[in-house]
Design a binder for this molecule. Structure first.
Ligand SMILES: NC(=O)c1ccc[n+]([C@@H]2O[C@H](COP(=O)([O-])OP(=O)(O)OC[C@H]3O[C@@H](n4cnc5c(N)ncnc54)[C@H](OP(=O)(O)O)[C@@H]3O)[C@@H](O)[C@H]2O)c1
Length: 237
């Protein structure tokens, strides 16, 4: 018997990056997973793994395509748009808000009946260490992820006690989204040096926390913003 045998999860953005790591862990633990993404998966669909091809910023997830019962929902799409205030356009800010917040809400609305049906379900969103740190050039990503942190706490109150809502705030983690910051040995070393634990994150660092929040070990955890960031948000080494 594996720890998630018989459970079912929705992972929006499970085709690569952290979401792919989460999907792998859930499947290995025995769960069934429905993945939503624009690109195909690099593993075969099966009884345990369903893929829905959708750009969540241009169409809403159809709840009739979801299982009747979901034990959890993870929303992974996100952005790292960096730039000075003078270059921040209304369109860029609106696109960041759509991808990070509005589409996360719309997918949750589609999943809500199935999450309620599970009786004790878990939602995980992603913020960033930049919200708590005040980093230069991060105005857009910090503000939209800050909104997601507020959303996490508000929905944790509204959806309790049947649905828990938490948010993971990673530090810089090696994924397709961050590859431009980690494209040489020098960049990796410089980024690692900024962290008290002297390395950047890997997918498994973050996916392990998400798996914990989705599982039975976290049934008394809701409304939390959890930093998984090599100590950057809270430690001065
Ligand atoms: N990596 C970091 O350093 C870092 C740091 C702090 C916070 N975060 C946050 O952590 C989360 C995961 O980051 P990541 O690095 O794993 O990102 P990633 O490598 O860009 O992966 C994002 C996933 O979301 C999917 N996706 C993106 N846009 C989509 C859309 N419009 N419709 C449907 N699916 C979409 C992508 O698949 P397709 O392209 O196939 O659609 C992919 O599966 C994000 O919210 C990010 O902001 C990451």
């Amino acid at each position: 018997m594996r720890s998630l045998d018989g459970k079912s999860y929705l992972v929006v953005g499970g085709s690569h990056g952290i979401g792919k790591g989460v999907v792998g862990r859930l499947l290995d633990a025995g769960a069934a997973v429905t993945v939503v993404s624009r690109s195909p998966l690099d593993r075969e669909a099966s009884e345990q793994l369903t893929h829905l091809n959708l750009d969540v910023t241009s169409a809403c997830l159809d709840k009739s395509h979801l299982p009747a019962q979901l034990d959890g929902y993870v929303y992974c799409p996100g952005s790292i748009y960096l730039g000075p205030l003078r270059q921040l356009t209304r369109e860029a800010l609106a696109a960041d808000y759509q991808l990070n917040v509005i589409s996360a809400v719309e997918c949750l609305q589609a999943a809500q009946p199935a999450l309620r049906a599970a009786g004790n379900a878990s939602v995980v969103f992603f913020s960033t260490v930049a919200v708590a740190q005040g980093m230069t050039m991060h105005a857009s990503v910090s503000s939209v992820k800050g909104a997601l942190e507020g959303l996490t706490r508000s929905l944790a109150a509204e959806l309790a006690p049947k649905i828990r809502v938490n948010c993971v705030a990673p530090g810089l983690t090696a994924t397709p989204l961050s590859e431009r910051f980690l494209s040489s040995e020098q960049k990796i070393a410089a980024m690692a040096d900024k962290h008290p634990l002297k390395r950047v994150g890997c997918i498994e660092d973050i996916a392990a926390m998400v798996e914990f929040l989705l599982g039975d070990g976290a049934t008394w955890v809701t409304g939390q913003i959890i930093g998984v960031d090599g100590g950057m948000s809270s430690v001065r080494a």
